[in-house]
Structure formats: C-alpha cells, structure tokens
Design a protein around this ligand. Sequence first.
Ligand SMILES: [Zn+2]
Ligand SMILES: [Zn+2]
Length: 256
Amino acid sequence: MATLTVLGCSGGIGAGLRTTSFLLQQGSLIDAGTGVGDLTLAQMIAIDRVFLTHSHLDHIAMLPLLVDSVGALRKTPLTVFALPETCRALRQHVFNWEIWPDFTQIPDLLNPFLRLQEFHPGDVLQIEPGLTLRVLPAEHTVPAVAFHLDSGAGSLVFSGDTTVQQQFWDLVNGIENLRHLLIETAFSVKERRLAEISKHLSPDMLAGELAKLRIPANIHITHLKPGESDLTMHQAIQHVPQHTLHMLQAGQQIHF
Ligand SMILES: [Zn+2]
Ligand SMILES: [Zn+2]
C-alpha cells in the first residue's frame, strides 16, 4: 500500500485554497504548487524527488522556494524529474539568476542543491521497493504528462492538466489494478471555449473523456477554478451519471 496526500488541488489561490501538489509517501512530491508551503521544515527536508507534470506556474510555484529552504540542510540534491522541455523551461525562465539563482550550480557543480533529471513518456521509475511511477502522455498547451503510480496492491492515475485525448485512455484502460483516477475539470460548461483554448476540460468535455474509460475506478475531480468550483462539480456530476465523482480536497489521503 502507498499513500498520496493532497497538499493542494485548486485551480487557483485564496484563503484555504492551494494549487496542485501531492505528497507521495514521505519522500516524493507530485507537482510543486502552493500546497507545498503547508509542509513543516522537517517534512520538506525529507523530500528527495519532485515529479513534474508540466512547466506551468501553478504546478512549480513552490519549487524555487523549497530548494532554497532545504538545500543546505540536505545531504543529497533534491532531484526534479520532468520532460526535457520542462527542464529547459525551468533553466531558462526560473533558475536563471534573474528570477532565482541556479541551484543546479550552488554551492558547486559537483554537489548542487538541485538536479534536473529528464524523463520521457513510457518511462517507469522506481520510487521505493514495490512502488513505481510510469510516465503517461497528456495533451496540454505545453508539453505535459500524466502519472501512473502502482504500489502492487493498486494503481492511481493523475491526469495532470489535460484536455481531449486518446492515447492516455488506451494506456489507462490497460491498467489491471486501477483504483483511483484523479482528473482535472478546470472550467465550467459556460467557459468551454476557454477550456478548449487553454487545453483543459469542462464538465461536458469530461463526459466525453470518461466515456473512453472502460474499467472501474474511483474518480476524483481536481483543478476546479475558485469561484465556480461548486458549480463545476455539480455540472460534472450531471454530465457523468454513470460514475460517482468525488471532489478532491486538500488534506485528503488516498491509499492505493
Ligand atoms: Zn497547465
Ligand atoms: Zn494547472
């Protein structure tokens, strides 16, 4: 069994709202949105790996501050696993000595506080004995991925930010021990055009996507936009009567 703790799952910020981040067991983060800021220093020091779905700010916002807070307190580098395009974006736009220091060179190149490690769709990474992370393809406005976590006892899939697609579903339908599917629904029905332009999902689009799911799973809705989260969740339930949908909540723990 493994545990995923929801640190943040909102499409925005505000009192009580945190952007996308999950703690996997004790030592790994899935995305590094503002939810990371709620961890204690000891919890942050214990994080060895950060797996990023894509480069957007709501998924990386706390990474620069995390590495600055714990770098000198850790014995090994914090390793970020991401697509080559995401690593390039982090180097070019964040750790560029203008927005933030380049912690892949601090304190020196041999023993940096931060390491960027590229992955590709299809890669399977061992997180700890018996727990793997598989990189799945995802469609978004920037290169993006979804993740398949498998503890042996069960699997959990996180869509990341995504829109209408097929390859992702073909791979998800092949997961024999799927327990949980975390999928975004960023916009309400009336903002479907915005969802299409920004390559997210609205409830009516979500219905089309979940029609491609051929195996049972607990479905959790994430990335709801502040101000219309209840409306969007209500619409999602109406559009997807064949499944019981759950609204993902910060602080929630999912065991799989
Ligand atoms: Zn995004
Ligand atoms: Zn996002």
